[in-house]
Ligand binder design. Structure first.
Ligand SMILES: Nc1nc2c(ncn2[C@@H]2O[C@H](COP(=O)(O)OP(=O)(O)O)[C@@H](O)[C@H]2O)c(=O)[nH]1
Ligand SMILES: Nc1ncnc2c1ncn2[C@@H]1O[C@H](COP(=O)(O)OP(=O)(O)O)[C@@H](O)[C@H]1O
Length: 390
């Protein structure tokens, strides 16, 4: 199979290993897996913060403990975990006693992303990724100069198809406009806070635009996708370039104005900027339009002259037929994992069997053969099937 040995250590020092069959341990909160000469201990508290689960590494050869930098948002501590080593440097962690949409997690200890981050940061790194059932539709990146009508078009789309599209709420250091609400239009934030979060790897992309810092957090995209909706990102060309280079597989659309004169008229008519800010936006617009048209980032370029016509073209690009009913991503039926269970690995399938008191025992198959994505975002494509409840 070409995989790292998968076994479970009940307690470091007198570790009992039982091949691919893993017995979950209800009494102890810490769980550990061994990969090569290292044991990864999952449990306890992360950096004194009771809201985050800690990870520690024990190196058998040096007999030393270390605390790696933990990237991503991990699971909150709970009563216990089952852990199993998968291929490609990942550990599957199943939480006990937790809601079904919060029970499957992946700790990446030697994935491609972790190896890149380790090189970049020059230190030991592990990363959490939440497991999510089902797949997601491609996110949509919309760029264009200030005042071209991006916000207007996006608002039309969200109004007509509220269950299909969701907006990625960006972070920005610019001041809110009078009608703008925090966490709805933007997460309005402080420059030092945002810079720290960028350093902590929380952002998919960021850029300095018209003198302010803007960025898309990984979480902003993932919460929309988690809700079964297709995510729309309104970001500038620099941001679009970063997304294009990332693992996010998106559709890229650039919106052009019919003329610079019309763009100026729209910006003035909107009445949200000072004269100085309007001048800055117009100066940046020329370079942005040039980059948008020539960069090869955007698969679709739409002209927003007549609003209704442009909106119709946008829907065409997104494959929305005016006559056909539109649904979001199909909802997946909920399956609750049993609190007490044993976990057995068989190729790409994990068998979760209920243990403990009671007669009706569940057996669930967790199919990992089609998983995709991973840290710094979610791991999607998980399939859960109830095979037996006896
Ligand atoms: N790179 C990047 N650009 C963003 C983000 N959010 C907004 N922008 C871009 O920042 C620019 C200014 O946005 P805003 O201040 O709302 O002004 P407006 O475009 O005139 O409405 C626009 O080009 C947006 O597309 C983000 O998260 N990342
Ligand atoms: N096709 C259009 N024709 C005329 N005005 C438009 C059109 N599209 C948008 N507008 C107006 O132009 C202004 C800027 O649009 P907005 O959506 O805020 O742009 P952006 O989000 O790209 O900065 C708004 O007042 C909007 O009502």
């Amino acid at each position: 199979m070409g995989e790292a040995p998968a076994f479970f250590v009940d307690h470091l020092g007198n570790g009992h290993t039982n091949g691919f069959g893993v017995k979950s341990e209800p009494k102890k909160r810490d769980t550990s897996v061994q990969i090569g000469d290292r044991s990864y201990v999952i449990g306890g508290i992360h950096e004194g913060n009771p809201l985050f689960l800690g990870v520690q590494i024990h190196d058998k050869i040096t007999n030393k403990w270390s605390s790696p930098t933990v990237l991503g948002t991990g699971p909150k501590p709970c009563k216990g975990y089952s852990a199993i080593v998968l291929k490609n440097g990942r550990v599957l962690v199943i939480k006990k006693d937790s809601a079904s949409d919060d029970s499957i997690w992946f700790l990446e200890v030697d994935s491609l992303f972790v190896r890149e981050q380790r090189k970049l940061l020059g230190k030991e790194v592990v990363a959490w990724s939440k497991g999510v059932r089902g797949n997601a539709e491609k996110p949509i990146v919309i760029s264009g100069p200030s005042g071209v009508g991006k916000g207007t078009l996006i608002a039309m789309l969200m109004k007509e198809f509220p269950s299909m599209f969701g907006f990625s709420v960006s972070h920005t250091t610019r001041a809110p406009r009078c009608m703008e609400k925090n966490s709805v239009h933007y997460h309005f934030t402080d420059k030092t806070v945002m810079e720290k979060e960028i350093k902590d790897g929380k952002f998919l992309e960021f850029a300095s635009v018209h003198g302010n810092l803007y960025g898309t957090s990984i979480e902003s995209v993932e919460v929309v996708t988690d809700s079964g909706k297709r995510c729309i990102l309104d970001i500038d060309v620099q941001g679009a370039r970063s997304v294009k280079a990332s693992s996010l597989d998106a559709i890229f659309i650039f919106i052009c104005p019919p003329s610079m004169k019309e763009l100026e008229d729209r910006l003035r008519a909107r009445g949200t900027e000072t004269e100085e800010q309007i001048q800055k936006r117009l100066r940046n617009a020329e370079a942005e339009i040039k980059a948008g048209k020539s960069s090869g980032i955007f698969g679709h370029i739409l002209y927003n002259d007549n609003l209704e016509e442009c909106y119709k073209n946008l829907k065409n690009v997104l494959g929305i037929d005016d006559d056909a009913p539109v649904n979001g991503v199909e909802a997946v039926e909920g399956i609750n994992l049993p609190k007490e269970h044993t976990v057995t690995k068989m190729e790409d399938e994990i068998l979760i069997e209920e243990t403990g008191e009671g007669t009706k025992k569940k057996t669930i198959v967790l199919d990992l053969s089609s998983i995709n994505g991973g840290a710094p975002g979610r791991t999607r494509g998980i399939d859960l099937d109830m095979v037996k409840s006896s």
